[in-house]
Design a protein around this ligand. Structure first.
Ligand SMILES: O=C(O)CCC(=O)C(=O)O
Length: 297
């Protein structure tokens, strides 16, 4: 929280309307009110979608009920173009512009810097990847976002990043990388995120975890709190172990989630994970996040 303060202050300066959302958006009453202010969804022509087998209405129903829909799959050629891009383009370790590395040099970079490197972000470089842009602009993903969030829905962030296995990660490293840290996102009044695993993710590759239904059922203590993160034991006790889904999947596997529900990455044990994430929201786009880094739209 304290370490993120400069980012929050910059957000407020840039867009003062962010402050009420940040203060009140964690409380279900205000969130539900904001949900009522949605405009009707636009009906788009989705013929050119990369996901012709997916029914936007089904996804919307699942998102409303569970906060999660599993069942997106990237076409093979799109997936492989993104994988080739990510293996041949340097990323930035631990959100640090001075720590530039290729994924295959991760171990050597940890050794050379003496630091645990848990993530490698491509920041704005993701937009150099045509295949990633194609996913970002997919009409069906927008239609689902429109159905779920209302007519104001639009892309608010796009990111491509590696989660690397690391043996020496500190608590702070895990926090920075959103790994082994259940939390909810508070970047907008209403949001939906699409995640795609560019390479297969099993239990050893740090799968994402989501708490079903926690986007609409929240104990008061988890609303009236400054903290977005909560200990895993508490999440299990309150929302039930059976509500926690661990999302593993083959290469190209994708899912949609309402990130107001509790979720977390998990520390990769032995295999790195490469994820493309496209976020949709309803408010003016923020330009800074990720510890001061620009948000890529
Ligand atoms: O690494 C992950 O799977 C978690 C990502 C996350 O927490 C987020 O995008 O809000």
């Amino acid at each position: 929280m304290i370490k993120r303060l400069p980012t929050h202050i910059a957000d407020i300066r840039e867009n003062p309307r962010w402050l009420p959302m940040f203060a009140l958006g964690r409380v279900m009453l205000f969130r539900n009110l904001a949900w009522r202010l949605t405009g009707p969804p636009r009906q788009l022509n989705v013929a050119a979608t990369l996901f012709p087998e997916v029914d936007a209405d089904d996804v919307t129903v699942r998102l409303r009920k569970d906060g999660l829909f599993q069942g997106l799959k990237l076409p093979a050629v799109i997936r492989s173009d993104i994988a080739v891009f990510a293996r041949s383009t340097p990323c930035f370790g631990n959100f640090d512009r001075k720590l530039e590395l290729l994924a295959q040099d991760h171990r050597a970079a940890e050794f050379a810097t003496g630091k645990a490197i848990l993530t490698g972000h491509f920041f704005e470089r993701v937009l150099q990847c045509q295949a990633a842009r194609r996913v970002q602009q997919d009409p069906l993903l927008l239609q689902i976002a429109q159905n779920y969030l209302g007519g104001e829905a639009r892309v608010t962030a796009t990111r491509l990043w590696w989660s690397f296995p690391s043996e020496s990660a500190s608590d702070y490293d895990l926090h920075l990388a959103s790994q082994n840290r259940f939390h909810f996102d508070l970047d907008d009044w209403r949001m939906v995120k699409y995640f795609f695993y560019i390479e297969a993710v099993d239990q050893d590759a740090g799968p994402h975890r989501y708490v079903l239904g926690s986007h609409r059922r929240r104990i008061l203590r988890h609303q009236f709190t400054l903290l977005v993160g909560q200990p895993a034991e508490e999440i299990e006790r309150i929302y039930g172990r059976e509500a926690i889904v661990t999302l593993t999947g083959a290469e190209g596997f994708g899912f949609a989630e309402d990130p107001f529900g509790f979720h977390t990455g998990t520390l990769a044990k032995s295999v790195p994970r490469l994820v493309l994430e496209v976020s949709f929201g309803v408010s003016e786009k923020l330009h800074r996040r990720f510890h001061g880094e620009p948000v890529v739209h």
